[in-house]
Design a binder for this molecule. Sequence first.
Ligand code: PMV
Length: 343
Amino acid sequence: MVEAGGSNPPGPIGDGMKATAKANANIALIKYWGKRDEALILPYNSSISMTCDAMETITTVEFSENYDTDTAIINDEELSSDQKRVYDHIGMIRKMAGIKEKAKIVSESNFPLAAGLASSASGFAALTVAAVAAAGLKLPEKELSIIARQGSGSACRSILGGFVEWKKGSKSSDSYAEQIAGKDYWKDFRMIATIVKEGRKAISSRSGMSQTVKNSPYYSGWLSSIEEDLNRMREAIRSRDFASAGSIAEYNALKMHCTMMTSKPPIMYWKPATVEIMNAVMAWREDLESYFTMDAGPNVKVMCMKKDEKELCQRLSELEGVVKTISCAPGSGAALSQKHLFD
Ligand code: PMV
């Protein structure tokens, strides 16, 4: 495998204009919530995440004059032409490369999609790295992050491994992700994605955040307290202080969900199992230190140190409504791969 970015090789690997990339999902410790520019996907606030090694998307893109239209097959299902985001993204990269050929895209993820598990992050990061290479472009990580951001905001963070900050920037060209610490810096950190029965989300993060920005009276409180959360999180990562990182992440997620619940109409992603997990994690903290975070969906991600991982997964799987746990260590950034998903 070849790391994306900086040293990524010239365009196509293999035959013609075809390339494959892998990207891991990322889970935010300090959330991105709200766009100041919906078209360019520029956020109101910077965010910090961990790239997760056990949640991966692999995508192959081929541009060819043999294709009459763009087609995308995601986890064995063909996307309809009204699922525009993927096709818009391919169109943008085609334009940057100055090519005309249509694309075939095949993508597979090893974890549930559209469940608040950051599938669009790994999806658009893998799509960006594969499509850029297939189109014959050679771009540094910063540019890949800027392109991925325009597919799905959180995807700009999945270009990099370890602990990552997406700087909100002042315009499109300076709103991208940078690494705070590589994946080996804090190897014992674990993020356990805890999947609940009612897995799929009802309202997309895109419309959820747009509505919150428009009418939650607490959105201003979110923004006015975010710089302190970001500063404290950067420091907690640098000093590998788990109690600080976990408690700041947990509080930040609760603040984000409060802005959603107080928008009109209210957005409530939590299901009974979500609340069950949050309460259990708080109760266990006496003898097992862990913290929770949630995104735009009912699943919960629980943070712990490696020494407690096994015991915590066991306890989580015994809770009512928990279907599965996926335990992740800090993972690598997006990278090209030689193994295509189709001939
Ligand atoms: O990039 P999107 O549209 O998938 O939005 C992600 C929003 C959250 O997952 C809720 C927060 C985050 O920073 O990942």
